[in-house]
Design a binder for this molecule. Structure first.
Ligand code: C2E
Ligand code: MG
Ligand code: MG
Length: 254
């Protein structure tokens, strides 16, 4: 009930976390992340409220709002003179299965005027496990709009190598848990190295998220990972602070 009211009262906001190119240390993109700060309660974590949005089906309208808000913001940044940046938006499995995502994305691109080449949709493995012709057709419909597709949290679920080669995804985001455990044990390090090498062989972009230390960063760069996201560079920020970060190249404390 509170989430229903939050949506009606526009109590949701978005924060944006920079994605850094390791080649020249510039911000090449941002990931939009949903925030809920109820007036009468402490902020609730997305990992707590998003499953409820999914159970209640509210994720479909809220997800459409996220897409619209984020695309609009990306265009506003460009108009304010910020460099061209990619925008990544998380898509829930429920949104992918229930809503007409292709049509929603097409309309939002038309309304906001965002270049489709700048929009990247982050999908999770679980929604693609249902590897039917229908799933492939829906993904292709999104690709035909000119947006790119990324597999979020790769390696955390039942990663199937069969679908990786068949589905039209362009990017892998290695799951944070592997980055966090990098150097804990030789096998954790081996998993990270192997996922990076596999992405390279398959011609996919690899993004490492959850990077918190210089040691993790150097290891990833040494293995050829070119895009890094994590608290080491910057936390998710409100839009005005993100613009400052991009133009000044440093992170203001939230
Ligand atoms: P995700 O898509 O994998 O997003 C990355 C999460 O890692 C974000 O958590 C981000 O704040 C956090 N993170 C980034 N760098 C670091 C780091 O260096 N260390 C640590 N410990 N964490 C880091 P957040 O914002 O709490 O979101 C959690 C999850 O909620 C997201 O995981 C995503 O699955 C979901 N989510 C967030 N916003 C949306 C949305 O608009 N729609 C949908 N469907 N899901 C969303
Ligand atoms: Mg994500
Ligand atoms: Mg992730």
């Amino acid at each position: 009930a509170r989430l229903h009211r939050a949506f009606e009262n526009s109590d949701f906001t978005l924060q944006y976390q920079p994605q850094i190119s390791t080649q020249d240390n510039t911000v090449i993109g941002v990931e939009a992340l949903l925030r809920w700060t109820p007036a009468d309660l402490p902020p609730v974590l997305p990992t707590e409220f998003i499953p409820i949005l999914e159970e209640t089906g509210l994720i479909v309208p809220v997800g459409t709002w996220v897409l619209h808000r984020a695309c609009h913001q990306a265009v506003a940044w460009q108009q304010a003179g910020l460099p061209r940046m990619r925008l990544s938006v998380n898509i829930s499995a429920v949104q992918f299965q229930r809503g007409d995502l292709g049509e929603t994305v097409r309309m939002i691109l038309a309304e906001t005027g965002l270049d489709p080449a700048l929009l990247c949709l982050e999908l999770t493995e679980s929604m693609l496990m249902i590897d039917t012709a229908h799933t492939r057709q829906k993904l292709q419909q999104l690709r035909d709009l000119g947006v790119s597709l990324s597999l979020d949290d790769f390696g955390a679920g039942y990663s199937s190598l069969a679908y990786l080669s068949r589905l039209p995804v362009q990017e892998l985001k290695i799951d944070q848990s592997f980055v966090r455990r990098l150097h804990d044990t030789p096998s954790d390090t081996a998993v990270v190295n192997t996922v990076i090498a596999m992405a390279q062989e398959l011609g996919l972009t690899l993004v490492a998220e959850g990077v918190e230390t210089e040691v993790q960063k150097s290891h990833l760069i040494g293995r050829g990972c070119t895009i890094i996201q994590g608290f080491l560079f910057c936390k998710p920020l409100p839009p005005d602070q993100l613009a400052l970060f991009v133009s000044r190249g440093k992170c203001d404390e939230p």
